[in-house]
Every structure is written in C-alpha cells, then in structure tokens.
Write a protein that binds this ligand. Structure first.
Ligand SMILES: NC(=O)CC[C@H](N)C(=O)O
Length: 383
C-alpha cells in the first residue's frame, strides 16, 4: 500500500467520522421528550414544528380516521392529542376538511406519520400541515403504552420538550383552555327563511355547515352577548356550540341561557349541552380520561335505539344531578352510563353530549339538525 493510499483511507475515515458525528448530532436534535405529570417520560422524534416546546393537557382519541378534522377542532385548544391509531396521515390533508382556520390542538403524539401520500385530493402531508401551523409533534412513541398510562392515571398535564426535564421542572398544574373569542359574523347566506343565532364557545365549522344545509341562516355571537343582544337579532332558534375547557368557567353566560330557553327553540352541542345542564341547576364533573373517538354507542332512552356517535369531551353532566332540575335525561353512553342527551319536557329545548355534525364520525346523529329545524318551524320560525 502506498503512502497516498493510506492517507486517502485515513482521510475517508476522518470524513466518515465527521459525517457520522453530524448525523448523530442531528438525530439528537430531532429528539423530543414527552414528560407526564406523574414523572413518566416518552422519547420520540420531532415532527411538525421541530423546535417549539409545549405544556398542555394530554388526552387520547381512538378515531382511526378524521385526523384533520380532529386537529382543527377548537375544543382541543391547549390539549396535546395522542392518536391511538398507529398510522396517521394516510390520506394526507385536503382543502375543506378543517373545522377552524388552522390546527387548534397544542401538540400531537403519534406512533407514525405517513410521509408518502397518494390520495388525489391531498395537498400536503400531516407533518407539513403541522409545520405550517407551527404546531409540534412527537412520533415514534409507543402510544399503546402511553394510552394505558392515561387510562390508569386519568388525563394529565404534560410537557413536550427538546431536552429532558428534571423533576423540579415538572409543572403539575392542568392547563385550562382559553375561551375562544370569535367575532360576530354572518355566514354568507343571510336571505334564508329560518335564522339561528349560534353562541360560539369554539364552534366547529361543520356545525354551521350542517345548519346551512337545511336552509338556515346563521349569525354567530360570542359568549359576551347579552339576552338583549341576541333578542335584537330576531332569532328563530338558538344553538349553543361545542368548545374547549371546563363548562363551569362559563358561569357568566348561564343566566342568558335561562332566559333564552324560555323564549326560543334551543339546541346545545357538547359544551352547549353541559351549559344547558348547568343553567338548569345540574352539575358537571371531570371524567377520568373522557370520550374522544368516533364509535361511542349512545342509547336513546325514549326509543331504545342505539346509534354510533362521534365524541370529544373531558367533562360530563352528573346524571343524578339532573333529577333535581326540570330537565329529563333522554340518552346515555352504554359503555359507562354517562349522560348523553337532555330535553326540557314540553319545550323545544334539547342537547347532546355527542357531535351530530360528526366531523369526523358516523352521520347517524345528523337527523338532530332536522329535528331542530322542525322545532323552529313548529314554533313559527318560517316567516
Ligand atoms: N367538544 C366539546 O364541546 C368539549 C366540551 C368540554 N370542553 C369538555 O371537554 O367536556
């Protein structure tokens, strides 16, 4: 072997070393640490926004599809979503599926993101979607194990960081979601016959679309609206929307609901259902790990029929506390007997804990919009 050959080999080794070192460092930089309130740490790889660090409430959803609708659902504000389904992003991201202008979830935990998408409607991958929205994600996590931990300990606060956290850095406080404040606006179809005022606690786009599908015009108001503000809009009916956070944080709006339910047909969805219950004197409580998924069976106690429903909630109405109110429980989740539907007897007032607009989810409950519209018509809603 000549001298130059030896030096070439040494040079190549040096280059290799430098390259390997760089790659190892890059791989180290791509690491993310998910630290739970109970001290458990899950290590994975960064995706989405690679640098952002987040503290939030860690929840899981069992939905196998509909990740885009889930990520953009405002009810997930300040929450980190763990997808129990192992491969997320299989059919990419498409225009028109968003439930709000951008990703609402604080962060995403998944086992794997599909990086190659062949769906003809897809405009980008899920990690590009998160990157564009500035939302971090951790992938390569054993989400099955993580979900078992959440089921055991209940929903926990967690931190998603780029470096390991020491015990003293662990912040155990639960993050309460901010109230989503939206401007008052009228979706562009104002000339329709029936008019709904929607109180927006963090509304999903598909609720508005579902009403518009029945030729209903919708005016959206914030929870700062007074009864007089709403009355001045001459509604035929009121919809109380879904939204993030603890329903008890909206106590200022409860007297308005009490007045509205005396005057108008009223339909509450998810947070709106919880608020209708609170306004009538029932209680809500935090569930151990909530209902988040698209196959929650709900039994209609009046007909005995069971339908599959889409759900995303961490709080529930205390079913026994409804006994001391004018309301009637008309639906239960048959896995755990929690309160899923309420009615105000002899009034056009009702609510559901699940999502009749179901985006994502099965559409069996869509008929509730029909029911709401019929109640408004029966109440003289058509002018
Ligand atoms: N989707 C919702 O409206 C959720 C309601 C409430 N924030 C809960 O978690 O129970």
């Amino acid at each position: 072997m000549t001298f130059s050959n030896v030096s070439l080999i040494l040079f190549k080794k040096a280059i290799n070393h430098v390259q390997r070192g760089d790659i190892e460092e890059a791989a180290f930089n791509m690491k993310k640490y998910l630290t739970l309130e109970n001290g458990d740490v899950f290590i994975g790889t960064a995706a989405g926004n690679l640098t952002k660090e987040i503290h939030g409430e860690l929840v899981f959803t069992t939905s196998m599809t509909g990740y885009q609708e889930t990520l953009t659902d405002p009810s997930y504000t300040n929450q980190m979503i763990t997808f129990t389904y192992p491969l997320i992003g299989n059919y990419g991201i498409s225009l028109g599926a968003n439930q709000s202008p951008s990703v609402a979830a604080a962060a995403v935990v998944a086992q794997e993101f599909a990086e190659t998408v062949y769906h003809y409607q897809s405009v980008m991958t899920v990690s590009q979607f998160l990157e564009k929205a500035g939302v971090p994600a951790i992938i390569g996590v054993d989400t099955r194990k993580l979900t078992k931990v959440i089921r055991e300990h209940g929903t926990m606060a967690a931190s998603l960081t780029n470096q390991p956290l020491s015990k003293s850095q662990l912040n155990g406080s639960q993050t309460v979601a901010d109230v989503v404040k939206s401007a008052t606006y009228s979706p562009a179809d104002g000339a329709q016959a029936t008019h709904v005022v929607l109180v927006d606690f963090g509304v999903k786009t598909n609720i508005i679309k579902s009403l518009q599908a029945f030729n209903v015009s919708v005016t959206v108001v914030t929870p700062e609206a007074t009864f007089q503000d709403i009355e001045a809009l001459h509604p035929d009916g009121i919809l109380l929307s879904n939204g993030p956070g603890n329903p008890e944080d909206f106590s200022a709006f409860l007297p308005v609901i009490s007045q509205l339910q005396n005057q108008y047909p009223l339909f509450g969805i998810c947070l709106g259902h919880q608020l209708l219950a609170l306004a009538n004197g029932a209680h809500t409580y935090k569930m151990p790990f909530g209902h988040r998924g698209i196959n929650h069976p709900v039994k209609n106690l009046k007909t005995g029929e069971v339908i599959m429903t889409s759900q995303n909630h961490g709080y529930a109405v205390d079913i026994d506390s409804v006994d001391n109110t004018p309301l009637e429980v008309t639906g239960i989740e048959i896995n755990d007997n929690t309160c899923e539907a309420l009615e105000y007897p002899n009034r056009p007032v009702f609510s559901v804990q699940y999502h009749p607009e179901a985006a994502p989810g099965p559409h069996e409950a869509r008929r509730l919009f029909n029911q709401f519209v019929e109640l408004m018509h029966a109440n003289g809603g058509i002018k």
